[in-house]
Ligand binder design. Structure first.
Ligand code: XIL
Length: 397
């Protein structure tokens, strides 16, 4: 009896000493996950966390922190402007590949995937093209041929180096446009008719068999009425369904995710539901341009914490809703923010009446904001059974 009790006590003592010897006395768990980068934490779910990259900032010798954070925190990158048509072909027939090539090379050095942005869009189209159409010197047949040539040239140049291409961007109107019934809008639909969308995907596929081909748009984070006449998400869903039925090689739908804290916005379950419904069509999804801006009221501009804090918290909550929705759908492949710091964000320059800002996850001095910590927590505190690893589709023929 005495002996047994002594032996049991001895075993406990030996086991305790062994355990203490194996683990440094200071660590009460093997690793603190919040010490790690967003990119490392997201890869647990096979999810890529991305950012839009401003090439002027990336190459600015006076701004090393920008480069460091791009490299350390993100595993996917999108050129904010350098792959747009007006940047690539400022005068007809003369492609300026320098900045786009430098961007793709930097991504490769940083072991990052690239979202190609963008092949067909009504904005940032070169002036020679819009002028030529306006003055009648470029007719319909030539315009279609110019578009085919552009897509083929750009996609071929970066063949094998682009993970996801935004083939067509923002082709659908909004309820506030005229007419208010949703329709295909903008330069390309007006001059070529909506058939340009199917053509663009086919031309892109012919030039790169391995890239995932996306349709990309804003205000499609959640379904609304379910009526495609006024519900943009439904309109895009039905468009993608019809393209697939015609055998068009579309692989995914990108939801930009430009939100503002002054709006009602969505909860994670509504967001997940939308992504699930695209997945049921057999499509991948991605958040491609997330930022959550706020009104810069007089109080905000004067530094009043009672006006700033609620906005920072609301912004964080909206990043979180979109990321949780994405985590919930295994075919949601990437979550890209449209700039990561208020130091370099398109928002103040674009939304200036009334002024808006505070839209990103780091402040102007590269201090992580509440939004950064909240999305980090989402990545850490998520796993099976509700969050499963991503499943990437094979590029569709
Ligand atoms: C924006 C850029 O961030 C700005 O620098 C540029 O002046 C205008 O375009 N939807 C898109 C992006 O698909 O290409 C836009 O980027 C933001 C809205």
């Amino acid at each position: 009896m005495m002996l047994r009790r002594w032996m049991a006590a001895g075993l406990v003592a030996v086991a305790t000493a062994g355990a203490l010897g194996a683990v440094p006395a200071t660590a009460n768990r093997p690793h603190d996950p919040t010490d790690r980068s967003l990119r490392a934490l997201a890869l647990r779910h096979k999810l890529h966390i991305g950012t839009a990259v401003d090439m002027a900032a990336l190459t600015d010798p006076a701004d090393p922190r920008y480069r460091e954070l791009v490299r350390e925190e993100f595993s996917s990158v999108t050129a904010e402007n350098e792959m747009k048509w007006e940047s690539l072909e400022p005068t007809r027939g003369n492609y300026d590949w320098g900045p786009a090539d430098a961007f793709v090379a930097a991504a490769r050095r940083n072991d990052q995937r690239v979202r190609g942005h963008v092949l067909v869009w009504q904005n940032q189209v070169p002036k020679w093209l819009t002028d030529g159409v306006a003055d009648g010197s470029i007719g319909t047949a030539e315009l279609r041929e110019i578009l085919r040539h552009h897509i083929t040239t750009v996609v071929s140049r970066y063949r094998g180096r682009i993970w996801q291409w935004d083939v067509v961007n923002e082709a659908v109107s909004d309820p506030w446009d005229t007419p208010s019934t949703l329709h295909y809008k903008g330069f390309w639909a007006e001059h070529l008719g909506p058939g340009y969308i199917a053509d663009a995907f086919r031309w892109a596929r012919a030039a790169d068999p391995g890239a995932l081909l996306f349709y990309n748009d804003y205000n499609i984070e959640a379904f609304g009425s379910g009526n495609p006449a006024d519900d943009k998400t439904q309109f895009v869903h039905d468009m993608a369904r019809d393209l697939l039925a015609q055998g068009v090689p579309i692989d995914g739908v990108g939801s930009q995710g430009h939100l503002g804290t002054q709006y009602g916005n969505y909860d994670p379950i509504q967001v997940a539901d939308a992504l699930h419904r695209f997945a049921r069509l057999g499509l991948a999804t991605a958040f491609t341009e997330v930022d959550v801006r706020s009104r810069l009221t007089d109080g905000v501009q004067a530094g009043d914490p009672e006006e700033i804090n609620p906005r920072l918290q609301a912004s964080a909550a909206n990043f979180h809703a979109l990321l949780q929705g994405c985590l919930a759908e295994p075919r949601c492949l990437s979550f890209t923010v449209w700039g990561f710091t208020d130091r370099h964000s398109w928002v103040p320059g674009w939304f200036d009446d009334p002024p808006e800002g505070l839209a990103t996850i780091y402040d102007e001095d590269y201090r992580p904001k509440r939004a950064y910590h909240l999305i980090k927590a989402d990545l850490v505190y998520a796993g099976p059974p509700y969050v499963l690893p991503r499943v990437a589709p094979k590029p569709r023929r």
